[in-house]
Design a protein around this ligand. Structure first.
Ligand code: NDP
Length: 254
């Protein structure tokens, strides 16, 4: 497999990015897009070494620079080590994308406390941990981008209360981080996808018709479409956007 990194722009030349959760789905699309537009990209994964290595190798084979790092986002020390490894390998860090996330479903009567804690440990805490570790390495113009969800604003069906809570938490955290880091010229934003075709929301899954019915455009989003919004927020053009939660959802929240 070769990732085409020749057809993009060069807007991220000399920029180093770290994508947490970049082995599959939206995160992998973000890795490909940033690399295509000239960035050197490190990315983490938890349990998918094969697709992670293949993605890194495909970028390197096409002349880019990429590094796959095994780091469970629930492990704060591993997240900090991934930031340190990125800086050591590539000499700095300009763009941090917090994409890693899980979706455990269940109504309140059946959802366990262990799963509640796991959701916070993967979807929320590492956003704070990674930002705290990354900021000392970031210069003016640095970018922190999280992948939240439209479920922060509209739950739409039972069994997603804890997932929605984690994505609301991320939106709130982003607003505060944006204020903390504005004096340093670092922007912090949150991308909220609607239902997007990945392993998390399979295009051939049993509930896909019900999900599409919630989307006025009548389809699932594509991972590359979400990556496009991330690339915009990472770009110099988005220098006046901070503290925002931007939805890309086919009209789900309209
Ligand atoms: P996928 O399940 O397809 O991919 C998840 C990615 O996150 C994988 O690269 C996975 O790595 C990584 N990951 C998961 N858990 C961990 C962990 N503990 N530590 C490190 N990496 C981890 O999900 P999507 O691409 O669909 O979702 C990406 C983000 O987008 C998530 O935050 C999700 O909540 C959000 N989102 C998704 C929507 C959708 O409909 N798909 C809609 C709205 C938001 P590994 O391969 O090792 O498991």
């Amino acid at each position: 497999m070769t990732t085409d990194i020749t057809s993009g722009t060069n807007i991220f030349t000399n920029k180093v990015a770290l994508v947490a959760g970049g082995s599959r789905g939206i995160g992998a699309a973000v890795v490909r897009r940033l690399a295509r537009d000239g960035a050197t990209v490190a990315f983490t994964y938890a349990s998918s070494p094969k697709p992670a290595q293949e993605l890194a190798e495909s970028i390197v084979a096409a002349g880019g620079r990429a590094l796959a790092i095994q780091a469970d986002s629930a492990d704060a020390a591993a997240v900090q080590a991934a930031v340190a490894e990125t800086v050591k390998a590539f000499g700095g860090l300009d763009i941090l994308v917090n994409n890693a996330g899980i979706l455990l479903r269940g109504t309140v009567d059946e959802f366990s406390q262990e799963d509640f804690d796991r959701m916070l440990a993967v979807n929320v805490r590492p956003v704070f941990v990674a930002a705290k570790a990354a900021v000392p390495h970031m210069k003016e113009g640095g970018r922190i981008i999280t992948i939240g969800s439209v479920v922060a604003n509209r739950t739409a069906f039972p069994g997603a209360s804890v997932y929605g809570m984690t994505k609301s938490a991320v939106a709130g955290l982003v607003r505060g981080l944006a204020l903390d880091l504005a004096p340093r010229g670092i922007t912090v934003n949150n991308v909220q996808p609607g239902p997007t075709a990945t392993d998390m929301t399979p295009a051939d899954g049993p509930h896909v018709d019900m999900i599409k019915a919630l989307v006025p455009l009548g389809r699932l989003g594509k991972d590359d479409e979400i990556a496009g919004m991330v690339a915009y927020l990472a770009s110099p053009e988005a220098g006046f956007v901070t503290g925002a939660s931007l939805s890309i959802d086919g009209g789900y929240l309209a």
